[in-house]
Write a new protein. Structure first.
Length: 627
């Protein structure tokens, strides 16, 4: 039997590092927290190759005395607590005394530091946790620590690092949240020698949000300052005009500590219930201030997860505080003068709450031409029987019905016309095995459904679902062949993202171009959309691109790339498809039905909704008492 042995300090540190240092972002987090705890007013974060090559954090904080430098890299060495009871009144971000020891055990570290009372600073080098040397050095007061060769001695961990953009995205998220928690500190983030952003350090949260998230988010936020019992809420919360498809914009702090909390998310989302559309999440930057004895921040070495002793009360205060704040503000969006121009409205940075209106407005004559000429017509050049013209008699008889959103079937007395109608299936070369047969078009019902005659009764087609299926298959095929046409925009659309989202756009830029998007980077965290797929040119571009990036953010981390792109194509198909409630010209109807017949699956839209409903002739006879 193997004897029980005490692990060497170096091995113990590497095991501990597995909990504290998961990836480069973990190193940045620990070093940032040390800089903040040191009272820094300026913090520089310099990253190379997503942290694989170098991580440098420089601050102007209190510094480390020369005689404590080596001790700082020992396990459980800290200046922040002395006894167990201190955990219940901890006010610093760090306290476990593990970070520096864990980081140095799996990397090469060079640290330079000087306190305000010292004439010169100290430089120390470490490799794999072992001190290589310590010498005096002339530097300003503060600490400058550089980490290179992360995981050089643990190849299994290095192997699991993701691509550069992914790792930097995690780093950017860490820095962004700390900058929001401490708006009085100037944070400068540099990646591969390029400045990503620099926060102003004014002490105002709104200024930090403006720098990190852009003007659209910042201009739609409302300050919150609410206190109930022993809990105080401060920060900024979004009005009903901004929302997102994921929780990425729900940012929480507890006593200025960045946290992830299901309790806080639930409380906030319940407060916004009825304010935002379904399946939309609010934008909030919320600090919860409460007595330290009511929370446990020592749940996990990363200190991101916290436990509350009174979850129910905290959720109740969140709901009351947010609801009261929203009620005291004018939630009716203002229509600015510049929005009265249709062209500017179409190309401006519209908000999510205008989604429905934007879709309705986009159903213009120009879109009809686009639908007929740009996407389907070019792919169905075979000659087919034209639809029979509608007589003036028919138009007069149905004028009133059309006004009531009902276009009755044109079967009354036009027997000759129906007999002359040739089946839609004729002369169409189908390269699929579907058995859909449509003989005649009878009418459009409620500007949403196409009523047709099938081989056995009526076939009713949902026009939106049908067009969505057609677009989906065309986009898939053209994406594979790299043949999606791009329509240049008269006025480019600027969109602001977070630094983390910008890294995802860069990562998937080639795929976005193959999908028909022409995107340029506009400096900082902004992009310019110069062109879009031709079938989306009259759609709300900003909303569509934001939703695509949201989808990439949510699914890009867990799913494979093929599945992710399929989801994006499904979304684009839905956005590009004609909408329910739209009156269609006969040419459009003709092309739509022919396109559906040629589809590989004419029965379900890409999201699984049914496209057609069949009412058999027997059912009609039974309903009319003929059988």
């Amino acid at each position: 039997m193997t004897k029980i042995k005490q692990l060497p300090e170096s091995v113990a540190n590497q095991i501990s590092a597995g909990e504290v240092v998961e990836r480069p972002a973990s190193v940045v987090k620990e070093l940032l927290e040390n800089s903040i705890d040191a009272g820094s007013k300026n913090i520089l974060i310099e990253i190379e190759e997503g942290g694989r090559e170098k991580i440098r954090v420089k601050d102007d904080g209190s510094g480390i005395p020369a005689d404590e430098m080596e001790l700082a890299f020992s396990r459980y060495a800290t200046s922040k607590i002395e006894e167990i009871n201190d955990l219940y009144s901890i006010k610093t971000l760090g306290f476990r005394g593990e970070a520096l020891a864990s980081i140095s055990s799996v990397s090469n570290v060079v640290i330079k530091s000087r306190t305000a009372g010292e004439l010169q600073g100290t430089k120390m080098e470490l490799k794999g946790g072992s001190v290589l040397g310590q010498v005096p050095v002339g530097i300003p007061a503060g600490t400058d620590i550089e980490v290179t060769g992360l995981f050089y001695n643990t190849p299994a961990r290095y192997k699991y690092l993701k691509k550069v953009n992914t790792e930097f995205g995690h780093i950017s998220k860490i820095v962004t949240r700390e900058a929001l928690a401490y708006p009085d500190i100037k944070f400068t983030l540099i990646h591969n020698h390029k400045e990503v952003y620099k926060t102003p350090g004014t002490g105002k949260l709104i200024d930090a949000v403006y720098t990190l998230y852009g003007s659209e988010i910042a201009s739609n936020l409302t300050p919150i300052d609410y206190e109930d019992r022993y809990i105080r809420l401060t920060g900024l919360i979004g009005n009903q005009t901004i929302s997102r498809s994921s929780r990425i914009y729900e940012v929480f702090f507890v006593n200025k500590r960045v946290v992830n909390s299901r309790t806080l998310s639930q409380g906030v989302e319940e407060a916004y219930h009825g304010v935002l559309p379904g399946r939309k999440y609010p934008v909030v930057f919320l600090n919860v201030v409460l007595n330290q004895i009511l929370i446990d921040v020592n749940v996990h070495p990363t200190k991101r997860e916290v436990k509350f002793s009174r979850d129910g009360i905290i959720k109740d205060v969140l709901k009351k505080g947010i609801s009261k704040t929203l009620q005291t503000k004018d939630l009716i969006p203002k229509i600015k003068k510049k929005h009265l121009s249709p062209k500017k409205e179409r190309l401006s940075l519209i908000n999510d709450n205008k989604l429905k209106q934007g879709i309705e407005d986009s159903e213009s004559k120009e879109h009809q031409e686009n639908f007929k000429g740009d996407f389907i017509r070019n792919n169905y050049k075979e000659k087919t029987a034209d639809m029979p013209p509608r007589s003036n008699k028919y138009r007069k008889q149905t004028e009133q019905a059309v006004k009531e959103n009902l276009k009755p079937c044109k079967v009354s007395e036009e027997k000759d016309s129906l007999e002359n109608n040739k089946p839609f299936n004729k002369n169409i070369d189908k390269d699929n095995n579907n058995d859909l047969v449509i003989n005649n078009f009878l009418g459009q019902l409620y500007n949403t459904y196409l009523v047709t005659e099938g081989s056995d009764g009526l076939i009713i087609i949902d026009q939106h679902n049908a067009h969505e299926r057609i677009l989906y298959e065309k986009i898939k095929n053209r994406f594979a062949d790299e043949q999606i046409n791009t329509q240049a925009l008269l006025l480019p659309v600027r969109i602001d993202f977070t630094a983390e989202e910008i890294e995802l756009v860069k990562k998937y830029l080639t795929d976005l171009k193959r999908l028909g998007f022409n995107i340029d980077f506009f400096g900082g965290n902004s992009i310019l959309v110069q062109g879009v797929p031709s079938f989306l040119k009259n759609r709300p571009i900003k909303v569509i691109v934001e939703e695509i990036v949201d989808s990439i953010f949510k699914k890009g981390k867990t799913g494979n790339k093929s599945d992710l792109l399929d989801q994006v194509i499904k979304y684009m198909s839905c956005r590009g498809a004609i909408k329910a409630g739209k009156h269609l010209a006969e040419k459009e109807i003709d092309e739509l039905i022919k396109g559906l017949i040629k589809a590989s699956n004419p029965y379900r839209c890409p999201h699984g909704r049914p496209i057609i409903v069949n009412i058999s002739l027997d059912d009609i006879k039974r309903g009319l008492g003929r059988k």
